[in-house]
Design a protein around this ligand. Structure first.
Ligand SMILES: Cc1ncc(C[n+]2csc(CCOP(=O)(O)OP(=O)(O)O)c2C)c(N)n1
Ligand code: SF4
Length: 283
């Protein structure tokens, strides 16, 4: 089967309930494209992928991907994904989270995952809003964002997830534009092939909530794959998530080799080399 036929199989027939035109459709396309192209090369099978999702608009991707996985609790897609990695180190685990999910409810898990360094990919749909619950500010919302929860406008300065990830020692850090789905698919393939924990932050508009921060495409530019930490901080500093001033670097902002969980933990590495999960479980 060629990549296009495989891509058809990775989709489902579920009725899609995202708002018409939501960039989540394009993130879905990128994931299907990346996974299908990898399968078409013959080195990995559809059943080698597993997904975990959070709760939120983004998390509905679970219903639209024909991949095994767990539709988890809000803020918990990362530990759920880590559990899958421990259960079967041969899986390629993709965890999908919103900016509210990962930088607020799930922040404690983000804090530690770079240290653990399991072989998995975190994909963040960052629309700078808690959208499923009708638009409350998240840690990446810009100051002044008015919502029913904060009618006077957000008073706190947003975090910069790229700088946070660098500070946490995450070995693969990338940023993408949801609308540029070919580029996102290329980055996702690199993230999936990375040996260790890969973080992919996708900038996404929400068409209904926090509309003031939408439409940043003109600020975006592509960077070459980078392994220099100082340069990565410099790129991260070019945009502070607090408005529409600055430049948004896209691509692999930082990638270095680090000992992965299965390399540190020999029992897990042994299972990986034997091509099995924990003994006693049906793989
Ligand atoms: C522990 C917990 N806290 C809060 C909620 C309510 N809740 C469900 S979805 C959601 C918003 C999700 O926002 P985000 O993760 O940014 O994703 P988006 O909807 O923007 O894609 C919230 C607050 C919940 N289900 N569980
Ligand atoms: S509310 Fe926003 S993020 Fe959610 S489906 Fe609609 S456009 Fe997409």
């Amino acid at each position: 089967m060629d990549a296009n036929e495989i891509k058809q199989n990775i989709g489902t027939k579920e009725v899609n309930t995202w708002c018409p035109g939501c960039p989540n459709f394009l993130i879905l396309e990128s994931v299907k494209k990346a996974v299908a192209e990898m399968i078409s090369k013959g080195k990995v099978r559809q059943e080698d992928f597993a997904i975990t999702t959070d709760i939120g608009c983004h998390a509905k991707i679970f219903d639209y991907l024909n991949l095994s996985g767990i539709y988890g609790l809000h803020g918990r897609a990362l530990p759920t994904g880590l559990g899958l990695c421990l259960g079967n180190p041969n899986l390629k685990v993709l965890s999908f989270m919103g900016d509210g999910a990962i930088y607020s409810e799930g922040a404690g898990h983000f804090f530690n995952i770079g240290r653990f360094n399991p072989n998995m990919v975190l994909i963040v749909h960052d629309n700078q809003s808690f959208s499923l619950t009708t638009g409350q500010p998240t840690p990446t919302s810009q100051q002044g964002y008015k919502s029913k929860a904060e009618p006077i406008g957000e008073v706190d300065v947003p975090i910069n997830p790229i700088k946070v990830a660098l500070g946490l020692g995450i070995g693969f850090i990338a940023r993408c534009n949801a609308r540029d789905f070919n580029h996102t698919a290329e980055i996702l393939k690199k993230a999936i092939n990375y040996n260790g924990f890969a973080f992919v932050e996708i900038i996404q508009d929400c068409l209904i909530f926090n509309k003031d921060i939408n439409g940043k495409d003109k600020m975006m530019y592509k960077v070459e794959d980078n392994a220099d930490m100082k340069k990565a901080y410099k790129i991260a500093d070019e945009w502070d998530y607090n408005g529409k001033k600055g430049k948004i670097g896209l691509g692999v902002l930082y990638s270095v080799e680090k000992e992965s969980l299965d390399e540190k933990w020999h029992a897990l590495g042994k299972l990986k080399s034997e091509g099995v999960g924990w003994k006693g479980f049906d793989n």
